[in-house]
Unconditional design. Structure first.
Length: 211
């Protein structure tokens, strides 16, 4: 047998072994899926951690929901009047979703705790209307965890209210340092872990990538 024939036989063997392995994986996957059930109510998801991507992932989910014709609401707790790509985009399509920017800006910019508390409570009131009213399939509470970290809102009250969300509505909460009680109550928790970030190398945040 020539070297070419040996190579061809080895490649055929690898292909057959791969096919057999994928059939096994497929069978296991189908068996697991048969044991799963669709949720009878919307879920509570939390995106937290010190890495980039918490809000980004939430807005990716918004695009997915809109693609299926779902109704979506957004309340931003912190960013305030800061110009962001997501806000600029959705301003072009006001019929697609309800987008409320309720914060007065980052806490280190406002430097006024009473003002921040008032803004957080106003945002929370708007958020509760969204996730209890039954009008939305998905509600994103962007940077809510930051408001909780600074104790602008009571964690216990927030967790209780989210537990009473409308059965139709899935809620995504973003922001680093999500409190333990919120994490415990969530159906899905994703922690973004920073491995490397350009800011640490002295590179400023860039429009269209960071915001």
């Amino acid at each position: 047998m020539t070297e070419t024939e040996d190579s061809a036989r080895a490649e055929t063997h690898r292909a057959e072994a791969h096919r057999a392995e994928m059939k096994r994986v497929q069978a296991e996957h189908r068996a697991r899926m048969k044991m799963k059930q669709k949720s009878e109510r919307g879920l509570l998801a939390v995106h937290t951690g010190d890495g980039k991507g918490k809000s980004t992932a939430a807005f990716g989910t918004i695009i997915r929901a809109l693609g299926w014709g779902r109704s979506v609401g957004v309340v931003q707790f912190i960013k305030g009047t800061w110009k962001t790509g997501e806000n600029e985009f959705f301003k072009r399509f006001p019929d697609l979703l309800t987008f409320k920017r309720m914060g007065d800006g980052f806490t280190w910019d406002t430097q006024d705790r009473d003002q921040d508390i008032r803004a957080a409570k106003a945002a929370w009131d708007a958020a509760q209307e969204m996730f209890t009213g039954g009008e939305y399939d998905l509600v994103v509470l962007d940077e809510l965890s930051i408001a909780l970290r600074y104790e602008y809102l009571e964690v216990a009250d927030v967790v209780e209210a989210l537990a009473g969300r409308h059965p139709r509505t899935t809620v995504i909460v973003t922001g680093r340092d999500a409190p333990a009680a919120l994490i415990e109550s969530a159906d899905l928790v994703t922690e973004m872990t920073k491995v490397k970030h350009p800011f640490d190398a002295g590179i400023k945040a860039a429009s269209g990538f960071d915001y």
